[in-house]
Design a protein around this ligand. Structure first.
Ligand SMILES: C[S@@+](CC[C@H](N)C(=O)[O-])C[C@H]1O[C@@H](n2cnc3c(N)ncnc32)[C@H](O)[C@@H]1O
Length: 222
């Protein structure tokens, strides 16, 4: 006998219930990933809050572009927006994640980088994004500072997140934003420990807040 599935409101409906202005985020719902509706909206609003002229943002850990399309959609209508996305696109990651990434990548039936690019094209944000295929620590020396936004969602192991924060935190300009995913998480301890040990009590990081699992802070203006 068939059991009835409990009725659930879908991601698209949830987005639209937050306001019709989020309809530009609808493509995010069809992309594989781990971002809640409120996290998606928060990233979009961060993108929108960046300066109108030549805003520069960096995303560490893009996977198939779920968070990418949210940030990029927020930046899209500005002058010369650039969102630099850094990911090896080889499904590698911390011990707790690598098997999950590997299984999902196998089921994709094609390269991760291709899926990522296609998702950006479908969401009409490809022109906003500069892709740097590689690992965050290696790429850090090739990306100038004075960034308006850095979003950390790459390797979630403690040492890796700490290194990402040490590499990329100083590149956020005064008044710019830092966002970190999976800081409140039952498995990943790395992001939470880095926030607790290096950021939470540092007066240079102001306006600290959480959106679901995501931590957001702003670098003090002076
Ligand atoms: C949790 S997923 C990112 C999810 C994505 N932000 C989204 O919203 O769908 C983590 C990604 O970071 C990548 N990654 C792992 N180690 C990395 C590193 N050192 N530098 C950059 N990316 C890394 C993984 O291969 C994976 O694609």
């Amino acid at each position: 006998m068939q059991t009835k599935k409990p009725w659930r409101i879908g991601t698209r409906a949830k987005l639209l219930l937050r306001g019709l202005r989020y309809s530009s985020l609808l493509p995010y719902a069809s992309i594989d990933g781990w971002l809640t509706v409120d996290e998606a909206i928060a990233l979009y609003e961060l993108g929108r809050a960046l300066p109108d002229d030549h805003p520069r943002a960096v995303e560490i850990g893009s996977w198939q572009g779920k968070s990418t399309v949210c940030i990029a959609a927020g930046m899209r209508d500005k002058q010369q927006p650039v969102l630099t996305c850094i990911d090896p696109f080889d499904a590698s990651g911390d011990a707790a994640s690598a098997d999950v990434y590997g299984d999902r990548a196998d089921r994709l039936g094609g390269p991760l980088r291709r899926a990522f690019e296609q998702n950006l094209i479908d969401a009409a944000v490809r022109e906003v994004v500069e892709v740097r295929q590689g690992f965050s620590h290696d790429q850090a020396q090739h990306v100038d500072g004075s960034l308006d936004l850095v979003f950390l969602d790459g390797d979630h192991g403690y040492d890796a997140v700490r290194q990402d924060f040490l590499d990329w935190g100083p590149k956020v300009r005064a008044g710019g934003y830092l966002a970190m995913h999976d800081v409140v998480h039952p498995v990943h301890e790395g992001p939470r420990r880095v926030v607790e040990e290096l950021i939470a009590n540092d007066p240079r990081w102001v306006e600290q807040r959480y959106v679901d699992s995501m931590f957001v802070a702003r670098k003090a203006s002076s």
